[in-house]
Design a protein around this ligand. Structure first.
Ligand SMILES: Nc1ncnc2c1ncn2[C@@H]1O[C@H](COP(=O)(O)OP(=O)(O)OP(=O)(O)O)[C@@H](O)[C@H]1O
Ligand SMILES: [Mg+2]
Length: 246
């Protein structure tokens, strides 16, 4: 079943057109990788999907389970089952990570949960991510190392169980063990009810994830799509040969 469908999307930031006709369909059960040179528009696409106010959709459509996503506010997008992990996560002072997770969980999940069951679930996920229990007693992202911030994003994804997750460079800056832990976590969610768009510059995470599709964005458009062998080809050839396609 189609979950996220993007059709001929054009979007601008501060009057500058960045996305110039993006077409992409992500069904539940599929893992897609999005690659492409710096500045090609990958994070812009993530921000548009989130509903960031600075990013203006000029034309095209985005539907989520057949409904117009663009009419929904950012928190409503999360409520219907879209999750976004940022390239640069924000620090939130004064709120413990555990408290943040619990209140967000109760807001977004319809099924009620007791604090004890919640704690048990949280501890299971922390173990998969190789994080200490005390990690969630800290303020969200405050003083977290780069790699800890990325794992904190993945922890949120695991707790909220979205239908579709957009992970923008969640693998950047991770050491080898953290990368494995994050890939294992994403894989542990991979089933027929979960799909993901993994934005990455590196083949390494894709070796673990074995994506169903690899797309390359150049100058605001997806210029080529293929299977995971496309990622190896890019590793060899770089992106220059694709610039003329844009
Ligand atoms: N808020 C903004 N103000 C001005 N320009 C912006 C803004 N956001 C994005 N851009 C521009 O849009 C283009 C695309 O940026 P984007 O962050 O989407 O690229 P990217 O593909 O994610 O790159 P990277 O691989 O480096 O993360 C860039 O030229 C960038 O400078
Ligand atoms: Mg980016």
């Amino acid at each position: 079943m189609t979950a996220l469908e993007i059709k001929d999307l054009h979007a601008s930031v501060d009057g500058k057109m960045i996305l110039k006709g993006v077409n992409l369909t992500i069904r539940k059960g599929e893992i897609h990788a999005l690659m492409g040179p710096n500045g090609s528009g990958k994070s812009t696409l993530s921000n548009v999907l989130l509903g960031h106010p600075r990013y203006k959709v000029e034309s095209g459509e985005i539907t989520f389970n057949g409904k117009n996503l663009l009419e929904l506010k950012p928190y409503e997008r999360a409520q219907v089952g879209l999750f976004l992990a940022f390239q640069y996560p924000m620090e939130i002072q004064g709120v413990s990570f555990a408290h943040f997770l619990f209140s967000a969980y109760r807001k977004f999940q319809s099924a009620p949960i007791t604090p004890t069951d919640f704690k048990k679930m949280l501890e299971e996920k922390l173990a998969v991510l190789d994080l200490d229990k005390s990690f969630v007693d800290r303020y969200l992202n405050v003083g977290f190392s780069g790699g800890e911030k990325k794992r904190a994003e993945v922890l949120q994804m695991m707790m909220f169980k979205p239908q579709i997750a957009i992970l923008d460079e969640t693998d950047s800056g991770l050491d080898i063990d953290s990368l494995k832990a994050v890939a294992t976590a994403i894989k542990s969610m991979h089933n027929k009810d979960f799909g993901a768009l993994v934005v990455t510059h590196y083949q390494r995470i894709l070796n673990y994830l074995q994506p169903d599709y690899v797309h390359v964005m150049v100058d605001g458009k997806i210029v080529i799509s293929g299977g995971k062998e496309l990622a190896s080809e890019l590793e060899q050839k770089g992106y220059n040969w694709l610039q003329q396609e844009a």
